[in-house]
Design a protein around this ligand. Sequence first.
Ligand SMILES: Nc1ncnc2c1ncn2[C@@H]1O[C@H](COP(=O)(O)OS(=O)(=O)O)[C@@H](OP(=O)(O)O)[C@H]1O
Ligand SMILES: Nc1ncnc2c1ncn2[C@@H]1O[C@H](COP(=O)(O)OP(=O)(O)O)[C@@H](O)[C@H]1O
Length: 198
Amino acid sequence: MNHIYPIKTKVSRHQREQLLQQRPLLIWFTGLSGSGKSTLAVQLEAQLHDAGFKTYLLDGDNIRAGLNKDLTFTDEGRVENIRRIGEVSKLMLDAGIIVLSAFISPFHADREQVKNIVGSENYLEVFVDTPIEICEQRDVKGLYKKARAGEVKNFTGIDSPYEAPQNPDIAIPTHRYSVEESVDQLMNRILPRVTAES
Ligand SMILES: Nc1ncnc2c1ncn2[C@@H]1O[C@H](COP(=O)(O)OS(=O)(=O)O)[C@@H](OP(=O)(O)O)[C@H]1O
Ligand SMILES: Nc1ncnc2c1ncn2[C@@H]1O[C@H](COP(=O)(O)OP(=O)(O)O)[C@@H](O)[C@H]1O
């Protein structure tokens, strides 16, 4: 923090929340490639939006095509990816928005760092708990096939680790529930948390 002097704004987060009539929250999806993070986050965002909430979805492929296009899939690249998303999420929460994020975020320490950046009271962790065998059967983008053939390196679950959350707020075994059932479960947990107090 050399010679950095953050300013104090006249408009507070509380005032923005009052204007928007909602309580911001970071809904952090984590799971293997193909586990269902994007599918669930897209549907959940649509339902929250339809219910009148101001939302924004940060998704791995989208962010890596723009803001984070300088980062690779080495451990260091992933660590920096998640750190930046934590900082972006913090800004969005301060703006009063309900943020959904869908990143593999394979490392426990990085998820903890995000929680610390935004404050644990603003963070809800959703573990999209789909076994790798199912993700590989789905192979939505054909990346597992390429990783097995050695054409994609450092692929999560193949030659790069995934540290499953030990104590997530919500775990969704997508091989046991439909998308609709999973989103219903998420809505039931999240609605009371984001609704403005009357
Ligand atoms: N090596 C390797 N490992 C894992 N994933 C790969 C890799 N290369 C490209 N992709 C594509 O990038 C998406 C994951 O990006 P993330 O930013 O979510 O990854 S991370 O959180 O930094 O680990 C991931 O998207 P999802 O399948 O939606 O998870 C892939 O489309
Ligand atoms: N219950 C479920 N929840 C989420 N996705 C599911 C479910 N059942 C099947 N799928 C399918 O699994 C795939 C998950 O892909 P995607 O959402 O892109 O995963 P990720 O973002 O984790 O890489 C999609 O093709 C989706 O239709």
